[in-house]
Design a protein around this ligand. Sequence first.
Ligand SMILES: Cc1cc2nc3c(=O)[nH]c(=O)nc-3n(C[C@H](O)[C@H](O)[C@H](O)COP(=O)(O)OP(=O)(O)OC[C@H]3O[C@@H](n4cnc5c(N)ncnc54)[C@H](O)[C@@H]3O)c2cc1C
Length: 402
Amino acid sequence: MVGLSCAYALHLRGVKVTIVDRDPVGDKTSYGNAGALAISECVPHSLPGQIWSIPKWLLNPMGPLSIRPAHIPQLMPWLLAYLGHSRKKNVAHIAKALQAINGRVSADYDPMLQTIGYADKVRDKGCIRVYDDYKSFKLSAQEWDIRKQYGQDYELLGESELRAMEPAIGKAKTFGVLQPQWRIIDDPKALVGSLREWLVNQGVALVAANVDALVMQDKRIVGVTTPTGEYLADITVVAAGAWSKQLAKQAGEPCLLESERGYNTTLPYPNIALSHELLFAEEMFAVSPLSVGVRVGGASEFAGLAAAPNYKRSDNLLGLAKRYLPELNTENGQQWMGHRPSTPDSLPVLGPSVKWQGLAYAFGHAHLGMTQAASSGQMLAEVLLEPEKATDLTAYSIGRFC
Ligand SMILES: Cc1cc2nc3c(=O)[nH]c(=O)nc-3n(C[C@H](O)[C@H](O)[C@H](O)COP(=O)(O)OP(=O)(O)OC[C@H]3O[C@@H](n4cnc5c(N)ncnc54)[C@H](O)[C@@H]3O)c2cc1C
């Protein structure tokens, strides 16, 4: 979604674009996600005091976080940086930078959705964060303070209001917070497909090939090599999601990027109707009402890009959903795992290379890739082609890892 959105923004400005993707209609992260435009989410993942919750999460087999032991040595630099970003000063900087993208999401998405014919399939449903009770909501005061600081409205829902809005929620949950800004994509896979088809119909070239390497000439990147030949370009944009790190490393710009694997199950006959996205705050899982069914997902698993999926995580999430949505029909579910491209500071890598002419990056959007895709494309195109009106992308630069 991020790469296609960059292609869209550049194509609109008259650039001749070639997309090189080894699996253009495959099942990558942008296809099976929860489908939320989570516009209010300017809260960094690493927060002060969170370190004390991590052991509890890791020890709980139904918990939201897992790390495969074999992956620990590789993960260590990322993990240490992640913990470092929980300092108050860093949190303020990150929240501001997230808000700078999220604040323009609808302005960038809506024209694109209109153009590609998908506007009526992104709905203003809002999201409800569901808590055990008011006391547990108060424990998360820190994140609500950040949202408030950046002008994100929310409405507290007592038990009767919560149940009136979402009757499917069982008795164990008695408190909610409505975040009206959220929007829900009917089917993320269909949105990606619509954008890709529109680009191809407009004459944008789509090459199904693996990018093996960047082509370097003096101080310039002049294109990419694939098994079927070279593709030369004035500007090469690396937008390969969780797989982007290798290409950046080849350019001598190593960055901390991990696959934060997430799991879900799509239930085609859910037997419940939901009017909002539901986020179960204590257990950290999401339930999304999509056109293809109800999708139950979440989890953060650090196991690298190559390890086989552990669909027990999807089962666990489904068990939790059944506990809190008692009428949910969990039969005939389709399980899925995706690689969130995550940086330790919750910010994407967006903008020109600091070492090379002709090279730019757009990856690392972690939990917010669908939300931030259209804006990332526009922000990158502005910096490359319309610098006079561009946003300062310093906070997202790959240079922060050097
Ligand atoms: C369970 C789950 C739920 C989520 N829910 C949401 C949500 O509700 N809202 C939200 O905003 N975000 C959500 N996300 C995050 C979001 O899905 C990702 O941030 C986003 O999809 C990343 O998009 P991308 O285009 O960067 O990467 P991808 O979609 O992974 O695309 C990367 C592309 O690069 C190609 N590629 C990789 N390497 C090469 C190479 N060497 N040569 C050629 N091609 C290559 C791949 O084939 C692929 O097409 C969720 C993620 C998960 C896992």
